[in-house]
Design a binder for this molecule. Structure first.
Ligand SMILES: CC(C)(COP(=O)(O)OP(=O)(O)OC[C@H]1O[C@@H](n2cnc3c(N)ncnc32)[C@H](O)[C@@H]1OP(=O)(O)O)[C@@H](O)C(=O)NCCC(=O)NCCS
Length: 361
């Protein structure tokens, strides 16, 4: 890699290889013809392994130099986010990983079973098959016959995270503002990826928490599921409900924002399900120790300005007692003051976006 600032740690590079839907294998035949394949891979600690047929083309490439790669698009950044005139700042943010080595065969039946078991665990997590074991007569013949090959992961595991690490703090700030304003699918996740790669870049105004020691976040993910479940445990609208659904509900949401304390712990969270016309806000919660300092208001403001929510004509929610929190944003009792148990439905009605009918299907 030309520039060290882009280098990702080995753990991150391995994680990308593991979550990639397929990995690419590039190698050559003994005649020197190029070979490129997209393959299901078992990424184990010592290597990236595939299976194939002995009569196949890959088998002919054993012993030859090979490269395994995987990549993830984060966002395309248009030039105008950095410069109003020049085209040159247009760039692509991405993560990529490459492992260079030699294509080798695994001949030990126990190792072959380990590779095939890893593939089954990933692509058939529901099980419903007899575990693959080398000493099981059911599989012994097939394990002998199948070709398992791959590239060993030595030191040469090259992870490249291209996330604006080469830009000035001002340029990074402008890109974050630009991504937030554009709000295309994936842009909020791109904002968090750029922030994680540039921890010392100053916060742009839309991310200002205004509360010392608090950092707002516009996209949360799987790693936050246990924390949000803990935040919601005991809140009245989850009483008698299976809390195991809290994480999956948040992960399925069109918008999920939150706030972290100085140690990175999740201390507030809010989410919305939205289509272009309607949004529903759910699960607005601030950790007890952080209540009464303006975090709830800041989080609701951030959620209403989230790209998935900011243009919806109706935003609805149900609350038992926090009407005052939402009234300040223009929410009113929903038509007819319908009541759900002790909860009241509230609605925020906004003007349709200008030109909403233009070009609609
Ligand atoms: C409701 C909650 C999210 C508010 O967060 P917070 O950080 O404590 O709130 P803020 O400091 O930003 O202030 C909220 C504002 O709304 C007002 N408010 C109205 N009803 C409220 C309520 N039930 N709880 C808290 N604030 C309420 C507050 O008085 C305050 O107004 P003020 O600034 O004029 O004094 C938080 O108290 C919480 O998590 N409560 C338990 C979960 C809950 O009830 N969630 C709402 C479900 S819809």
């Amino acid at each position: 890699m030309r520039r060290e600032i882009f280098r990702a740690g080995r753990g991150e590079a391995l994680a990308l290889l593991r979550r990639a839907p397929t990995v690419h294998l590039a190698t050559t035949t003994p005649e020197g013809a190029p070979v490129l394949r997209a393959l299901d891979a078992a990424v184990l600690e010592d290597g990236v392994w595939f299976h194939g047929a002995r009569a196949g083309e890959k088998a002919r490439c054993l012993g030859r130099a090979a490269v395994v790669s995987a990549e993830e698009l984060v966002a395309h950044l248009p030039s105008w986010m950095a410069d109003p005139v020049r085209a040159c700042p247009a760039t692509t943010l991405y993560r990529s990983v490459q492992a260079h080595g030699t294509l080798e065969e695994l001949t030990d039946s126990a190792r072959k079973a380990e590779v095939l078991s890893a593939l089954m665990a990933r692509w058939q997590p529901e099980g419903r098959y007899r575990p693959l074991r080398a000493d099981d007569p059911l599989y012994a013949g097939e394990l002998r016959g199948i070709l398992v090959l791959g590239v060993r992961l030595g030191e040469a595991l090259d992870g490249k995270w291209k996330l604006l690490q080469n830009r000035t703090p001002e340029q990074i700030g402008a890109a974050l503002e630009g991504l937030w304003a554009r709000g295309a699918p994936g842009d909020v996740a791109a904002i968090e990826a750029v922030r994680a790669a540039n921890p010392h870049a100053p916060e742009p105004s839309f991310l200002a928490a205004g509360i010392p020691g608090v950092r707002l976040q516009v996209a949360l993910g799987e790693a936050d599921a246990p924390a949000v479940r803990a935040l919601l445990a005991g809140e009245y609208w989850w009483e008698g409900e299976p809390l195991a659904l809290a994480g999956p509900s948040h992960l399925a949401s069109t918008a999920w924002v939150g706030a972290r304390d100085a140690d990175g712990a999740l201390v507030a969270s809010a989410r919305a399900m939205a289509d272009p016309r309607h949004a529903w806000i759910y699960d607005v919660v601030v950790a007890p120790a952080w209540r009464g300092r303006g975090l709830g208001k800041r989080l609701v403001a951030l959620l209403l300005d989230h790209p998935a929510v900011r243009r919806t004509r109706f935003v609805r929610l149900v609350t038992a007692d926090a009407q005052g929190l939402y009234a300040r944003f223009g929410f009113v009792d929903a038509a007819g003051k319908r009541r759900f148990g002790t909860s009241t439905e509230m609605v925020l009605v906004r003007d349709p976006p200008a030109g909403a009918d233009a070009g609609a299907p």
